[in-house]
Design a protein around this ligand. Structure first.
Ligand code: PHE
Length: 359
């Protein structure tokens, strides 16, 4: 018995010595490439490594000393792992300096982009109206039913509220239209916001993205861009609207451009019209592009319905106004003969580059 204990304690002393020795060795380790480092890992930490061997011998330590040994062994293992990791960092940093790798350099040659055709045309339209004294107004793309429909005189059962046209985010059954949240289907929502908060005269344009629940094809997309115009003052007439739109058409498509207004319907304007411009390809003679009519449609417009003025807190006995809405993709298509709407959102740089020198 006695003998056995002596043997054990000798064995333990040896183990302790080996742990201390290894600690000292590890503190001194050096490696300056990954092969040397891997050799060290194998020597100490692999299945047949020295530290792993100590763990195997741990079995023979008496129970009452297992705790202390266990701790020391774990410390040793942690020390070795940390050392190997820090050696790795060290020689990596050295390698970077030695090879003069500039880690701030971009991975690929950076291509310079171009302005998107929609941005270019949007800017052109904004510039034209700015010259006429219109200022920019903005509003959210995620809007409530109140601003998109109700205060613009849309009847409760108007088809545009239908799921086919509008993306609903939240449908509130309580009938409180400010809690029905949609992706705006037109920028006219900004109109209602501005009218509710601003005393006339109001003369604004609101450029922005709009969303409609449509299948994506060459001719329709689930999102596109509009620019809405609104002018409210005393004595604003249809003649004012027509004059502004004629100026706009000539600035955009050239001085020989003619316009015509066809009666139409929008819930928020009365009377309402759609505007055509003389075909930019044949000058009005009639060609394949204008389907031999000589005209192409470019926007919707009209006199703001007195109901809308009242719903937005403007006295319709004192003020009148006009509004118009232009589709930016539509204008871009006409100016540049883009046949497929999807080109605008695919961002193929070969397509986008074609517009580089047009402005
Ligand atoms: N908001 C209409 C649309 O999206 C366009 C429009 C704006 C028509 C202003 C008349 C007046 O189709």
């Amino acid at each position: 018995m006695h003998d056995f204990f002596i043997k054990l304690s000798i064995h333990q002393d040896m183990l302790l010595d080996r742990i201390e020795n290894l600690k000292a060795q590890i503190a001194e380790l050096k490696a300056d490439n990954s092969e040397a480092l891997e050799a060290l890992r194998i020597k100490y930490l692999s299945k047949k490594g020295e530290i792993t061997a100590l763990f195997n011998e741990f079995r023979n330590v008496p129970n009452d000393q297992k705790k202390e040994f266990g701790q020391r062994l774990n410390e040793l293992k942690a020390l070795a792992t940390d050392k190997i990791n820090s050696l790795k960092e060290e020689f990596k940093a050295k390698e970077v300096v030695a090879n003069k790798i500039d880690i701030t350099r971009p991975a690929f040659p950076e291509e310079i982009g171009t302005r998107h055709p929609i941005s270019l045309v949007r800017k052109e339209i904004i510039d034209i109206f700015s010259r006429l004294g219109f200022t920019l107004a903005d509003g959210p793309e995620v809007e409530d039913d109140m601003h998109v429909f109700t205060s613009l005189n849309f009847a409760a059962d108007h088809p545009a509220r239908d799921m086919q046209d509008t993306f609903f985010i939240n449908e509130d059954k309580s009938g409180d239209v400010t809690r029905n949240i949609v992706l705006r289907s037109h920028t006219s929502s900004v109109q209602s916001r501005v009218m509710k908060t601003t005393e006339p005269p109001i003369r604004i344009i609101c450029p922005g993205r709009v969303y409609r629940n449509e299948a994506i094809t060459a001719r329709a997309h689930c999102f596109f861009h509009q620019i809405e115009g609104l002018y409210i003052d005393k004595n604003v007439s249809f003649a004012d609207l027509k004059q502004v739109l004629l100026y706009f058409a000539k600035e955009l498509f050239g001085p020989d451009t003619k316009i015509r207004l066809r009666p139409s319907y929008f819930p928020f304007t009365e009377p309402s019209a759609e505007m055509d411009v003389s075909c930019m390809l044949c000058g009005g003679e009639g060609c394949g592009f204008c389907k031999h009519t000589g005209w192409v449609e470019i926007l919707g417009c009209g006199m703001v319905d007195p109901n809308v003025l009242e719903l937005c807190g403007i006295d319709s006995k004192v003020y009148t106004g006009y509004a118009f809405g232009v589709g930016v993709e539509r204008i871009t298509n006409l100016k540049y003969m883009v046949k497929d709407l999807r080109m605008f959102s695919e961002n193929d740089v070969r397509f986008l580059r074609e517009f580089e020198h047009t402005h």
